[in-house]
Write a protein that binds this ligand. Structure first.
Ligand SMILES: Nc1ncnc2c1ncn2[C@@H]1O[C@H](COP(=O)(O)OP(=O)(O)O)[C@@H](O)[C@H]1O
Ligand SMILES: O=P(O)(O)OC[C@H](O)CO
Length: 499
């Protein structure tokens, strides 16, 4: 009997591989950061070959570290940064352009044009998404329009498009299998979340030929075995989900009304809305949570583009700290942010504002402002943005929300979670295992291969690490949020649309 499930978690800033035992405990983990490429202001790219190299390297490394062979591994689950767009040549297996990352703003003008032409309502109704450069559709179109000969090659069926899950499966199967799952497909702006198929009108709108697209399979089923020469060769790939959807699954949010917030590169709050899509009146996204056993579960999502990435920016962009965890010492060295408020709209603003042209801003600077105040304002900005999401979610649903489950790399920061509890006036619950993204993908793969029987069995694995209770009065929270709202307003519409 195989004793482990291997999870491949391909995030925006790093590739991770985690081996889980059959109680859902991580037994070994390996992680590698990779290059963020910023060719122009507002553009963000990844080298898809580098993503494959580091993802396969950490997968081998984690098996070596745990002294595990392919026979010990029951299944592989894949979870990934969503929307990031790879277009490759089917003959060479090589990308024809760097991957365009979800945070990339280069197609904002294209989206403006589609909306000006009256397509906004159709996009929203069919895909559940807000018209925004965030999603894959306009990114595929950009690659086809800008790589010489690409449109002609696409027309001849020579090109393939995929989000990172598709790209990894394609590599793992030596180019034999080109698939995705409905959670990832629902982020492309090309997929109809009601008919559960690629939508011809949307494909026409973005001029993307259907022949480029992956087959959409369930989120939990055996798709193929690993064929490439790796330590996990022969292991079935049996789970795929976008990272936020996998985190929802890994947090055991199986029932309608169950909610989580993830603090990774961005911050993403998702609530399970059950068997039917819920239409947001408050500029949230309707998305597919997952599909299992022919049943689709939907979710409402609030997406914040810059969450933990603000810490990375202080580290790599400003050189203010050496490593991410240094932020904690800086925050603790001052009583408060000294009146400094940071709106980290470095890639525009996502939910609930959806302003492609907002840009980052720091308000309230004085001669007394120190790097510690700025660091504190940066961390607080993750909590303020997440609070905006919860407000929208509460307005959209009648779910009784009595606590918020959290996870993601930045959720390690106690100061962040305490501040979150304070301004939300809600208990924040951090589980022991807060790599829930990877765990969710492992669960999806393990359910498809008989490692676990059902979701009831998974619920037993969940354990609380710490609960953060609000420590300030409601009026103080309201005052802080009022200042934040004012700062957001002033950061909006900063960049001018390209003529
Ligand atoms: N100790 C820390 N305090 C605050 N933020 C952190 C800390 N460690 C990591 N981060 C932030 O968390 C993010 C990484 O989280 P992770 O869940 O791994 O993201 P992703 O999956 O998007 O790559 C980074 O943006 C990083 O800046
Ligand atoms: O890389 P993460 O974990 O911040 O997630 C990125 C999201 O999937 C983008 O939609």
């Amino acid at each position: 009997m195989s004793r482990f499930v291997l999870s491949l978690d391909q995030g925006t800033t790093s590739s991770r591989a985690i081996l889980f035992d059959t109680s859902g405990n991580p037994v070994a983990s390996e992680q590698e950061e990779f290059a963020q490429i910023f060719p122009k202001p507002g553009w963000v790219e990844h080298d898809a070959m580098e993503i494959w190299r580091c993802q396969s390297a950490v997968a081998d490394a984690v098996m070596q570290k745990a002294k595990v062979t392919a026979a010990d591994v029951a299944a592989i689950g894949i979870t990934n940064q969503r929307e990031t767009t790879v277009v490759w040549n089917r003959e060479t297996g090589k990308p024809i352009h760097n991957a365009i990352v979800w945070q990339d703003r280069r197609t904002a003008g294209k989206i403006d044009q589609l909306v000006a032409d009256g397509n906004g309502d159709q996009i929203r109704a069919k895909t559940g998404l807000m018209p925004d450069a965030y999603f894959s559709g306009s990114k595929v179109a950009w690659i086809l329009d800008h790589v010489p000969g690409a449109r002609e090659s696409a027309r001849r069926g020579l090109l393939a498009f995929g989000t990172i899950d598709s790209w990894l499966v394609y590599q793992l199967t030596k180019g034999r299998v080109h698939i995705t799952d409905p959670s990832n497909a629902s982020r492309t702006m090309l997929y109809n979340i009601h008919t559960l198929d690629w939508d011809d009108a949307l494909l026409d709108m973005f001029r993307v030929p259907r022949s480029m697209l992956p087959e959409v399979r369930e989120s939990s089923e055996v798709y193929a075995e690993v064929e490439v020469d790796m330590l996990c060769r022969g292991v079935p790939i049996a789970g795929i989900a976008g990272d936020q959807h996998a985190a929802l699954f890994g947090q055991n949010c199986f029932k309608k009304g169950a909610l989580k917030n993830t603090y990774g590169t961005g911050c993403f709050m998702l609530v399970n809305t059950g068997d039917k899509p819920t239409v947001s009146q408050n500029r949230l996204l309707t998305t597919i949570a997952w599909k299992r056993k022919e049943q689709v579960k939907y979710a409402l999502e609030g997406s914040v583009f810059i969450g933990g990435a603000v810490v990375q920016w202080l580290r790599d962009g400003l050189g203010m700290i050496k490593k991410s965890s240094d932020i904690r010492g800086l925050c603790d060295s001052v009583e408060d942010s000294g009146g400094v408020v940071m709106v980290p709209a470095l890639a525009g603003l996502g939910a609930p504002h959806w302003d492609q042209y907002a840009r980052g801003a720091i308000f309230g600077l004085t001669r007394g402002t120190t790097t510690a105040h700025i660091a504190r304002a940066a961390v607080e900005s993750m909590a303020f943005q997440s609070a905006d999401l919860l407000t929208a979610m509460q307005a959209d649903t009648d779910f009784k929300i009595s606590q918020l489950h959290v996870d993601g790399g930045a959720a390690i920061d106690d100061f962040l979670l305490q501040f979150q509890a304070d301004i939300l006036q809600l208990p924040i619950v951090r589980p022991k295992m807060f790599e829930t993204t990877a765990l969710g993908a492992a669960y999806l793969a393990g359910l498809a291969t008989g490692v676990w029987r059902d979701t009831a069995e998974l619920e037993k694995n969940w354990q609380v690490d710490r609960i953060f209770e609000p420590q300030i009065a409601p009026y103080e929270a309201a005052e802080k949020k009022a200042v934040w709202n004012e700062a957001v307003k002033r950061s909006m519409h900063w960049e001018k649309p390209e003529k």
